[in-house]
Ligand binder design. Structure first.
Ligand SMILES: *[C@@H]1O[C@H](CO)[C@@H](O)[C@H](O)[C@H]1NC(C)=O
Ligand SMILES: *[C@@H]1O[C@H](CO)[C@@H](O)[C@H](O)[C@H]1NC(C)=O
Ligand SMILES: *[C@@H]1O[C@H](CO)[C@@H](O)[C@H](O)[C@H]1NC(C)=O
Ligand SMILES: *[C@@H]1O[C@H](CO)[C@@H](O)[C@H](O)[C@H]1NC(C)=O
Ligand SMILES: *[C@@H]1O[C@H](CO)[C@@H](O)[C@H](O)[C@H]1NC(C)=O
Ligand SMILES: *[C@@H]1O[C@H](CO)[C@@H](O)[C@H](O)[C@H]1NC(C)=O
Ligand SMILES: *[C@@H]1O[C@H](CO)[C@@H](O)[C@H](O)[C@H]1NC(C)=O
Ligand SMILES: *[C@@H]1O[C@H](CO)[C@@H](O)[C@H](O)[C@H]1NC(C)=O
Ligand SMILES: *[C@@H]1O[C@H](CO)[C@@H](O)[C@H](O)[C@H]1NC(C)=O
Ligand SMILES: *[C@@H]1O[C@H](CO)[C@@H](O)[C@H](O)[C@H]1NC(C)=O
Ligand SMILES: *[C@@H]1O[C@H](CO)[C@@H](O)[C@H](O)[C@H]1NC(C)=O
Ligand SMILES: *[C@@H]1O[C@H](CO)[C@@H](O)[C@H](O)[C@H]1NC(C)=O
Length: 432
């Protein structure tokens, strides 16, 4: 019904347009930029989609294929339309879009709110609606936009206002056509997009560009240790493109260990970040495909009933609430439709024994025991009573689902597992 409102109403409250059914859950897909930059074409992109279908990633939920920067010609045509690069897409984008649909994926667009994209291709400033029409004609319904910004004396805007031009155009386009776009902001966390992003978009970056080595991942997880609360249905912190399986691309080349790649995917999935694959899958090992296709973690990322991210209950190495790019929070939990989720991360460079009391998590009930399901082993590993201890390799992770398995054994002193939480009827605290 909102689509029939006058445009003015949509401009006044663009939240209305953005709760319009798209982007409830984090997006899952592929983006061309990190692996290929501007050096890609229809054949190469279709090869990624084909592998995603054959390896089961499309079935696992990855269904959008973002053509990042450089798909158009640098010059618009005489009527101001963007034109697809005929060398990259010799059969044209509508035909290529149909080809990608056959792999179970749909094309998505990268754009820019300014005059030019990062690589100098046409930006949408002043042509927002026209570009939405073009993307729509190319079968796209997802837009990821960055922000080369016109001069201050032209926009006279804050960051929200600069991005809002496009979200208003999306609302207008939806009002005209009944077709909307999912909108993701490529804003690097400089101006707190986790505060205002939800008003105009379904996702926003929370930090600078990812790099394919551990230090960079730990820094992003540290940022998430403070911004996790901003994620819920229709509004997602975007931790940036996945570097799982980087086989030495980039400068400096990627060097993630198997343990680090698992930690990377676990954190991104459980933080309810969009999961956007960014590596060349024609070079992917079985391990890479196994990590990206972890159905247990994707199921939590896509939980239809719980939109919140896991949250930290203890930092570990440093005191709670310490911001430290090498040592983000290590102990995390949250709820899901499938049980209480735990992510335990070893931020140190050597194997560590990790210990926690179950009731350190807000979602665990005292006096109960819990069955433990391991989301990397994909099996039940036993019953936890009050606490858990296990070893994790350097930068390694445990991803666990705990489910109530009845009262804890009566052989334990049942008066108080966590001393400061219980008292006797006369008010005296029980000590242990
Ligand atoms: C398209 O890209 C592939 C690699 O992805 C390359 O082998 C091929 O030469 C390119 N074709 C053209 C016409 O540029
Ligand atoms: C520019 O491109 C659009 C979309 O392909 C097309 O409809 C329009 O006719 C073109 N304009 C000119 C002048 O070629
Ligand atoms: C904006 O400021 C620049 C630099 O002072 C000036 O050259 C330009 O004409 C101004 N533009 C407008 C629209 O005022
Ligand atoms: C949007 O594109 C940027 C730049 O390529 C990328 O960093 C980001 O992860 C993308 N996010 C989504 C949700 O599409
Ligand atoms: C991985 O690469 C980064 C960036 O070059 C470097 O700082 C780090 O020492 C490398 N790690 C290992 C284990 O080689
Ligand atoms: C990778 O997996 C495929 C399909 O399951 C299998 O045929 C192939 O042998 C595996 N390769 C390696 C190196 O394990
Ligand atoms: C990060 O934490 C480690 C471990 O406590 C400490 O050695 C290091 O100095 C901290 N780094 C910064 C920048 O505070
Ligand atoms: C966890 O979420 C499920 C599904 O919405 C809900 O039934 C359950 O009550 C929640 N548990 C807690 C501890 O909030
Ligand atoms: C769980 O599966 C792993 C391998 O996938 C196996 O090594 C382990 O023994 C299994 N654990 C149980 C309790 O079945
Ligand atoms: C862990 O829980 C067990 C009961 O399962 C208890 O006996 C033990 O004392 C606890 N360990 C710590 C360090 O609290
Ligand atoms: C775990 O519980 C035990 C028993 O109540 C307590 O002594 C210990 O301090 C707790 N540890 C943490 C990290 O909460
Ligand atoms: C409270 O009750 C306990 C157990 O009956 C007793 O040991 C304690 O002395 C009482 N405390 C006070 C302040 O009465």
């Amino acid at each position: 019904m909102y689509r029939t409102l006058p445009i003015v109403a949509a401009l006044v409250n663009s939240v209305v347009a953005f709760s319009d059914g798209v982007g409830k859950l984090p997006a899952l897909g592929y983006d061309t930029f990190n692996a290929f930059g501007c050096d890609y074409n229809a054949t190469g992109v279709a090869a990624q989609a084909e592998i995603m279908q054959k390896s089961g990633l499309v079935n696992a939920g990855y269904n959008i294929l973002i053509l990042d920067d450089c798909y158009a010609l640098k010059q618009r045509n005489a009527t101001g339309h963007m034109v697809a690069d005929p060398n990259k897409f010799p059969t044209g984008l509508p035909a290529f879009s149909a080809q990608i649909n056959k792999f179970g994926m749909s094309l998505a667009a990268y754009g820019d709110n300014g005059y030019e994209t990062c690589a100098g291709y046409p930006g949408s400033y002043g042509r927002e609606l026209q570009d939405l029409q073009t993307w729509h004609s190319w079968g796209m319904k997802y837009l990821n936009a960055s922000k080369d910004i016109p001069a201050d004396n032209i926009t006279q805007q804050n960051m929200l206002g600069r991005y809002e031009r496009m979200s208003n155009a999306i609302a207008e386009f939806a009002a005209q056509t009944g077709c909307t776009f999912e909108f993701s902001l490529c804003e690097w966390g400089w101006q707190q997009p986790w505060i205002w992003g939800r008003r105009i978009a379904q996702a926003w970056r929370i930090d600078g560009d990812i790099k394919p080595y551990w230090d960079a991942l730990a820094a992003i997880i540290n940022q998430a240790s403070f911004q996790y609360w901003a994620t819920d249905f229709y509004s997602h912190n975007d931790m940036d493109i996945l570097e799982v399986g980087n086989t030495g691309l980039g400068t400096p080349p990627g060097n993630l260990t198997y343990a680090e790649a698992k930690s990377h995917f676990t954190a991104w999935a459980l933080f309810k970040s969009p999961l956007i694959i960014g590596t060349d899958l024609t070079k992917a090992t079985n391990q890479t495909l196994e990590i990206l296709g972890n159905k247990d973690l994707i199921k939590i990322n896509q939980d239809p009933n719980v939109g919140q991210s896991i949250s930290p209950f203890r930092w570990g190495v440093n005191p709670d609430f310490s911001s430290n790019a090498s040592h983000p929070a290590e102990y995390w939990s949250g709820n899901s439709s499938y049980g209480v989720v735990f992510m335990i991360l070893n931020s140190q460079d050597t194997t560590q024994q990790m210990f926690f009391n179950l009731t350190e998590s807000w979602a665990i009930r005292a006096g109960r025991q819990y069955s433990v399901y391991d989301m990397w082993e994909h099996n039940n590993t036993g019953v936890a009573v009050r606490n858990m201890t296990f070893a994790l390799p350097a930068h390694g992770v445990a991803a666990l689902l705990l489910n109530d398995a009845g009262p804890e054994p009566t052989s334990l002193d049942g008066s108080c597992a966590v001393y400061y939480q219980c008292s006797l009827p006369n008010g005296t605290y029980i000590s242990n």
